[in-house]
Each structure stands twice: as structure tokens, then as C-alpha cells.
Design a protein around this ligand. Sequence first.
Ligand code: GLU
Length: 483
Amino acid sequence: MGGEPKLQKDGDLDKEMKKTRTRFPPSPSGYLHIGGARTALFNWLLARHDGGEFILRIEDTDVARSTSESVDAILEALEWLGIDWDEGPYFQSQRIEIYNEYIQKLIDTGKAYYCTCTPETLEEKRKTALARGEKPKYDGTCRDKGLSWSPGAVVRFRSPQTGTTVVEDVIKGNVVFENRELDDLIIQRSDGTPTYNFAVVVDDISMNINTVIRGDDHLNNTPRQILLYNALEYPLPVFGHVPMVLGSDRSRLSKRHGAMSVTAYRDMGYLPQALINYLVRLGWSYGNQEFFTVDELIEKFSLENIGRSAGMFNPEKLLAINAEHIRFSSPEELLPHLKPFLKEFNIESDEYLCQAIRTLQTRSKTLIDMAKGAAFYFRERIEYEEKAASKFLRPQIKGVLQGLLQKLKSASTFDETTLENVFVELMEETGLKLGKIAQPVRVALTGGTVSPGIFEIMSVLGRDRVLSRLHAAIRFIESSSEN
Ligand code: GLU
């Protein structure tokens, strides 16, 4: 069973067997949320760090809750993050025959059996147990009846009733479970579909997964899965259960702690590498280092540095990391991420975009900030903010702007140093301080009073645009003083 690799030499086989194979198996019942993305990321980084493989599997056997829209949303979010997979996506719904094969194997060896207890009887027994203050548990009615299939029958796993099962967790250490706490779990429902614990084990076995890193909300499932591995006579993978991400109030992360879906962060102007950086640090550390590029994470990531305590989601910190990534990325790297936001401001131009971006990198926390800040570069006509215009574009500054215009026309070059010298000259001639000249010029060039440095923006805009915007401002002053 399964897809054993076809290899020639023993050495190859050895290497192939040892290769780290991790997986991410989301249930498609919603978008990819922050916690899920972190789990995906840990598994992906581990595979990439080890030169192994990362497998994507969609756990869609719960037909009532699974939707193809969710599958699309999850894939879209992973793709945006740059989390690529080497195999898959596999769909559990298309693997029913494989599960049946393994179920048959367990039935044939007496390790699983048919059970015909009705849901009503089970519910009644459950209530009685609860009323007696006992933990409800399947009482083994059909365990030794040797039943064969009949309509409505389920298949149960014959779980050992004594002894213990130890989860040797690479993050939590050994966690011991009493087998008597684990009843004979249903592995196949009456409609023929496998249950979660069984499908996961069969998938992980047949996909040669040797490392399972997931949220610690699954820790209680792991002893059951271990017993299934044992029954199917397959070696166990390495298990690691990562503490859940919590909100700032230490409660389980939810919508009230901020946006939960990965793509919401994309739409709010976050860079994928910033979200990755932030999510990894929620549960993994490397000394005191906070800022990581993705390449650096691949190089440095290891299971040993996953922490035992829960990370707390802090939107402000995420924003700060985003600002840092915006600052340290090259304009060329930012450009594809920025473009959709520029479109919202009707900016399609590629012309001198990278230079414009460079002037905004230290001033933008998100790509939305950046797109807003970049808009003035690309306007055909500058519209002045009312307050800015009435304060700075006044008749007494007209002469200064005209003087500046003349000097700029004849300036030898348009680099920042030349421009600064032009301003110094003008300050000397007019006796005005820099701010008194720079603010009106800023309003003329950008429409507002806040922008990157005046020499920076002038040099990026270039002589023609600067001259025409100064002309327009002078005309504006003239026409407003006529009225
Ligand atoms: N489908 C399960 C989930 O989304 C996967 C759990 C696992 O990693 O085994 O939680």
C-alpha cells in the first residue's frame, strides 16, 4: 500500500526515507486564519530548512462543513504568503478507497469490528453515565460479537483498555495517557466515510509523513493516532504540538483581537514577508532577533527553538514589523505588492515608481499608506488641500515662487545637492527661512503639507513636472487674488 519511492541504490533509499516530510492539512470550512497559517509556516520552514518536502492535504470528509470556496481561499492565502507545496493538494474526499483498504486490513486482523449500536441507545447510555457522574465512554457492547456489515453499522477500533500511551512530543516532552480513558473510537461512519483520527493516520502513513507539527488543540487526538499506527504496524512520525496563539487578554485568539484571516492582512497593506516574520516569532525564537527575512528563517528555523508557552497576538507589533519590512525591502520587491493599492488611486504608471517608492519607505507602515503617499507623484493636476492652499499659496509668496522657477530652469542638474544650493541662494536673496519657502513649494508640488523631504521629491519629480506644478501654483495664486 501507499506510494513507496522507487529507488535504485540503498544509499538513495536511506536518504529518501530520512528526508523530512511535513504536511499541512486544513479543513476547508473557512478562510486561512492566523493560527493555521503559523502551523503551515512551521511545517513549511522545517521542510525547507531540512531540504525536505512539504505536502498540502485538504481534509474535506466533513461534507456538511467543507466548501470549494474555502479551498480556494486557503490556497490563495498560502500562495500570497509564498508557502509553496511539493505535493498536493490531496483531497481526502477522493481517497475513500484507500481508507477502506486500511479499514479492511484492521477488520481482517481483528483490530476493528462492526458495531450496530444505534445513536439513540448510545445517547441514552451517555446520559446515564453523566447522571452517575462518570465519564461517558463506549461500553464495548459489540466488541466481541463478531458482527459483519449491515446497513447503519459503523466500524470501531479495538483500543487497548489497559496500560498507557506516551506521546513523545518534541515540544512538550513526554505526555502520558491512560488507555482506559480512550474508548473504541469509530473509524468509519455508517455512511462509509472515515473519521478524522483514522483518515489522518492513513494519510500520514501513505504520504510518508515523518514529522507532524500541529496546534496543541490536537494533543488529545495523538494517543489515539499512535494506537492506530501501532495497529497498522507503521513507525510513528515525530510529533510536536505547538501552543495555541492567544489574544492579548490570554484568551483564545478570536475576531475581537483583530482581523483573523491571512488575506485580510494582505488587503490592509501588509507584506507577506512581514506577516511570516511576525507569525514565526509567535512561538519560535532565535536569541533576541526580531527581524527576519524569509531566507533567514529558512536558514535558522529548527524545532528546538519552538517555545512551550503560548504566543500572544499583538496587532501593533505586527504593524511595526510591517513598517520595518517596508523599510528594508527594495523598491523592486515592494512594487508588485504595492500595485493593487496604487490602482485604487488610479495610478497605473510605472514611470519613476521605484524612485518614488524609495522616498516613502521610511514613512509608510502599510502599503496603503505608501500608495496614498505616492499619489501626488502621478497626478496630472495637483489639487490643493483647502487649508494648505489658503495658508501657503498667498500673494506674497508669488514672487518667491517665480524666483525659484527661474533658478530651477537654469539649474545645471536636478539632484538633491543642486536643489539645496538653489534654496540656499533663494533664502539669502529673500531673507526667508527654509520653512517659509519649502512649505508653499510643498503645497505646490504635492497639494498638501506633509510629504517626504522637499529636495527628495523635487529630484524624483524631475525638472519638467516641478516647473509645471510651480507655474500652476502661481496661476492659482493669481486667480485667487483676482476674486
Ligand atoms: N484538519 C485538521 C485541522 O485543520 C488537521 C489536524 C492535523 O494536523 O492533524 O485542525
